[in-house]
Structure formats: C-alpha cells, structure tokens
Design a protein around this ligand. Structure first.
Ligand code: ASP
Length: 341
C-alpha cells in the first residue's frame, strides 16, 4: 500500500526581478540550419530517432511518415523514459502518452496507454480512423488491439527496474523534473547513472522536400507519477503543435507547466508574429518563468521549434537540454541556450 506523498515545493525565495537579472545566453555552439528536408528531435536519443526519420525524408517521403518512423526508433530502444521498458508510475505500471499532427492540422493522441509498444502509431490510427483526436486508458488500449496492435507484457528495462526499486525505498512523491544542468556537460549530455533521469520525451518535428510539416511526441512521462497522471506530451497545443503555414514545436520537461500555458501552440503563434524559432521558444520560456516565479528554478522545460523556412531553434529554462538535427548538410546534437546557466 502506497502512502500519500507530498509535493516538493520550491525552497529558497528568489524575486522575479532576481530571476530575470540572472538571464544568460549560453555561448555554446549554436546554429540555425535552413533548408529541407530537415528533422529535429529532443535530447540525445534524437540522434537515432532522426536516422529513422531520414529513411523516409531522405527519399523524398512525407514528413508525417518520417516523424512516426523516427520516434518509433526510440519507442523500441528500452530507454528510461520512452516506450514499454520505461520508468513506471508509482504503482509500478508503465503508462504511455503520445501524439502526432500533420500538415492539414489532422491530429491524433493517446494517453495513459498500457502494454502497447508503439503508442505513436496508435495515435496515428486515432487520427486517421476515428472522428476523434484523443483516446485514453483502457479505451485507447481496446482500440489499439482492435487495430491489430499486439498486447505486450510489460517488461521494465534494467535501468527502469533499478530506478523504481530505489525510488520505492523512500517512495517520495516528487513531481519535479530533474535539472540536467547539475549532471551533464553543456554539449552531448553525459550518460547519467541509473535512476538519475526521471523524465525525457522524444518530440520530433520535420519538414519534407515539399515543404510540409509534421510532428510527433511520445513518452512514459514523469517517472513514478501518480497513477492516471497525463502530461503535456499527448496534448495537442501543449507537447506538440504544427501549423503548416508557420512552423512546428514540441516540448519536453515538466508537463504541467507546459500545459498551463499551451506551450507548443504559444511558440507557433509567436513564430507567426515573426519571431525566429529560438526567439519564440525563449519567449515561451519567459512566460513560464513569469508564472512560476521563484519555483522556476526547480523545474526544467524546453521548447524545440522549426519554421517554414527550415530554420530551427530551441530554448530551455536550465542548461543541459540538447536537440538532434539532421538535414542534407548536418547531423549533430546541438546544446540549447537556456535562461539559467
Ligand atoms: N513532458 C513530459 C511529461 O511531463 C516529460 C518530459 O518531457 O520529460 O510527461
């Protein structure tokens, strides 16, 4: 029987003015890549995911197919934070969230989905085969099975198993996303020890040779979350948004704070007003900092965006977020700028 756990709140008081005076611009490697096709995705897992997407984009295929295939690579990887082997909720169950959106504003999403290997593909079926956008829980699973997705046995990865066992010792309810800056280098994040990650989502946005945009997002969400908790990742407008006239954005980090300001939609609307992807992501981060006040220091959120010109950019609250890019001319991991150093 698991006891009620307390939420951890911010400790030290910091004034808003203080937060804003600490603004900083990382001097790390950064570039804006233009052109098509191009695919970008969150964190270092994005390097492999982009390769999967490139199988399609590189042959002139559709961005929608690319973003599905790309994140399926990560869903198959048995990582800490994406797919069936990922960190479970605090009852020990892996529950998955995913969504997908295409150039026509078609979108599909699944949340609180269990025992299905490729939630992103179920999200695509929701988009293509139902009149709805979102299916959740047992209904989503029932739909997946009816669509021919096998019901798998949950099998935690060795890292997730170890992290969960360690977490059970204290069973502290700590829905605060860890801050990578404490634990990783500024570029090419270090491989963290088991249990040190408690989140990470693969979010991917791409533009194909026809200039069309699509995006996808898939995750097990916050590690050791309350049973039934759903984050931003399957919420269209929060974890992902695509507007084929303007650009696309995906988010990672503390989902609750992305949802409360419709993060990815906000970034796309800022790009519509003429901001570059990086400037739009930065403005969205500033909005979270304004809302969270001193508590912003204790959370990580990062946005990653692509505009219609094929320019990319990102911005995070804390140092440590990186994104992977692949185009005809570049394939690398880029360290994001951040508000705090
Ligand atoms: N945004 C995800 C969630 O809140 C977690 C993450 O991206 O790290 O579920």
């Amino acid at each position: 029987m698991i006891n009620r756990r307390r939420f951890i709140t911010a400790s030290a008081f910091t004034s808003i003015a203080g937060l804003f005076s600490k603004r900083s611009w990382a001097s790390e490697e950064y570039e804006t890549v233009k052109g098509k096709p191009v695919v970008i995705s969150t964190w270092d897992a994005g390097l492999n995911a982009n390769k999967g997407a490139w199988e399609i984009l590189g042959k002139g295929g559709r961005a929608l197919d690319a973003v599905e295939a790309g994140v399926m690579v990560t869903e198959s990887e048995q990582s800490c934070c994406v797919g069936l082997g990922a960190n479970p909720d605090r009852e020990g169950f892996v529950t998955l969230d995913a969504c997908i959106m295409d150039e026509f504003a078609n979108c599909g999403s699944v949340a609180f989905l269990e025992r299905i290997k490729h939630p992103v593909s179920v999200a695509r079926r929701v988009m293509e085969k139902t009149p709805h956008v979102m299916l959740v829980g047992s209904g989503a699973q029932q739909f997946a099975v009816a669509e021919g997705f096998p019901l798998e046995e949950q099998k935690l990865s060795a890292d997730a198993e170890k992290a969960y066992k360690e977490w059970l010792i204290k069973s502290e309810y700590k829905p605060v996303i860890n801050i990578e800056s404490k634990k990783s280098t500024s570029f090419a994040p270090a491989k963290l020890q088991s249990g040190e990650y408690n989140h990470d989502t693969i979010g991917m946005v791409a533009m194909d040779t026809n200039g069309n945009l699509s995006g996808s997002c898939t995750t097990s969400g916050m590690a050791f979350k309350m049973r039934g908790r759903v984050g931003d990742s399957p919420i269209i407008g929060a974890g992902l948004f695509v507007d084929n006239e303007v650009g696309a954005c995906t988010a990672t980090g503390q989902g609750e704070d992305v949802i409360r300001m419709s993060g990815s939609h906000t970034v796309v609307e800022l790009m519509r007003q003429g901001l570059s992807p990086e400037a739009a992501c930065k403005k969205a981060v500033e909005r979270i900092i304004k809302i969270k006040k001193e508590k912003a220091k204790d959370i990580q959120v990062a946005f990653l965006a692509l505009n219609k010109k094929g320019e990319t950019g990102s911005f995070a609250i804390h140092k440590g977020f990186s994104y992977a890019i692949k185009s005809n001319t570049v394939e690398k991991l880029i360290a994001s700028k951040s508000w705090f150093q």
